[in-house]
Design a binder for this molecule. Structure first.
Ligand SMILES: Cc1cc2nc3c(=O)[nH]c(=O)nc-3n(C[C@H](O)[C@H](O)[C@H](O)COP(=O)(O)OP(=O)(O)OC[C@H]3O[C@@H](n4cnc5c(N)ncnc54)[C@H](O)[C@@H]3O)c2cc1C
Length: 317
């Protein structure tokens, strides 16, 4: 089933989860161990993130360095197929612009289509670690909207190979990212909103948000989207704070604010166990309020913390 169908057919509120592929060298069992307990909550769908490769310099035995491209977390497509097969739950692979030419992207989309995976979350990806700002591949997509247009074209049977006439049509349901607190590169909220609207007008079926720790930011964002003519569902992305370091890391990496009440409470904690308790209580309250307000799907970033998410969902649902 498509994500948009899950959202439209929901009476009440459902949950969905997001996972990372395991580090290279681990087996698919690490995914099952992570997800098994969460299956109790019958998630509507499970997202699997995509990670671009990194350029690294490895020391050789003769003392010189060799430049190598390493993808630390491969396997997004395979994990999605495994999830659908193992749990009979819809999987949503993330697809990024970074590191991909349009032809490689097309081949990846064909793989997904042949595997019966009809959902994708389309994002640009961040700049490579050795780049000051995001640079697409020579024949790649620059913005998420360019990748989205490629997927929409394929849904109409339009391929990169121009000599393919009457090509088979894919049938992807397309999600895109939205930022209640603004994407960090956008000069202001209004410009970011304009780019988000362009993604929806180009064919995005729904939006999944960046994490936020103050529900008012989400409610204001939804209101602003509606005022700007964005009518598609907006799925809130939710993450618990589980250690003190996140007080500085999350604002730095994800450009999100942490409310003073939450940061003050965390600063008073003596260890990460106490932080996890505060973070769990905070996200439980956030979840309750969002559910009460009629949000159709709460999307949890489980990122290595399935037990914390389990505790929250158990409490709220
Ligand atoms: C729900 C979610 C899931 C994510 N999953 C992953 C993942 O799996 N892997 C990963 O690497 N990263 C992931 N990210 C991070 C994401 O890749 C970064 O936030 C990235 O910097 C922006 O991606 P985007 O799709 O929002 O980009 P875009 O929509 O392309 O926007 C990027 C910036 O460009 C601006 N912009 C857009 N269009 C134009 C235009 N035509 N002209 C000028 N400016 C424009 C926007 O305002 C914004 O500031 C995720 C983020 C979210 C919120």
């Amino acid at each position: 089933m498509k994500v948009i169908e899950h959202i439209q057919q929901t009476n009440g509120t459902k949950v969905s989860f997001e996972i990372l592929p395991p580090l290279k060298g681990k087996t698919i069992n690490s995914i099952y161990e992570h997800l098994d307990p969460l299956m109790e909550f019958k998630p509507a769908f499970i997202n699997v993130t995509y990670h671009r490769s990194e350029t690294m310099f490895k020391k050789k035995s003769d003392g010189t360095f060799e430049k190598v491209e390493v993808r630390k977390r491969p396997g997004t497509v395979g994990i999605c197929a495994a999830i659908m097969n193992h749990y009979q739950v819809d999987a949503v692979p993330h697809l990024i612009c970074g590191g991909f030419g349009k032809r490689e992207t097309e081949d990846a989309l064909i793989d997904l289509h042949f595997l019966g995976i009809d959902n994708v979350l389309i994002i640009r990806g961040d700049a490579a670690k050795n780049e000051a700002s995001f640079e697409p591949e020579p024949n790649g997509n620059r913005y998420a909207i360019d990748l989205l247009r490629q997927v929409v074209n394929l849904n109409h049977g339009i391929y990169q190979e121009e000599d393919i006439k009457n090509g088979g049509k894919t049938n992807f349901c397309i999600g895109v990212a939205g930022y209640p607190e603004k994407h960090f590169e956008a000069p202001n909220l209004q410009t970011d909103m304009m780019h988000l609207k362009a993604k929806v007008d180009a064919g995005a079926d729904y939006i999944t948000t960046q994490m936020f720790f103050d529900n008012q930011k989400y409610f204001d964002f939804v209101k602003s989207c509606r005022q700007n003519g964005i009518e598609v569902p907006i799925v809130p992305g939710l993450k618990p704070i589980t250690n003190k370091k996140q007080l500085t890391i999350l604002p730095k990496v994800f450009h999100v604010d942490i409310p003073a009440d939450l940061s003050n409470a965390i600063m008073k904690c003596k260890n990460d166990e106490e932080v996890e308790k505060i973070g769990t209580e905070w996200l439980t309250e956030q979840s309750r309020e969002l559910k009460k307000s009629g949000v159709k799907v709460l999307h949890y970033y489980t990122l290595g913390k399935p037990k914390v998410i389990w505790n929250i969902v158990k409490e709220v649902f």
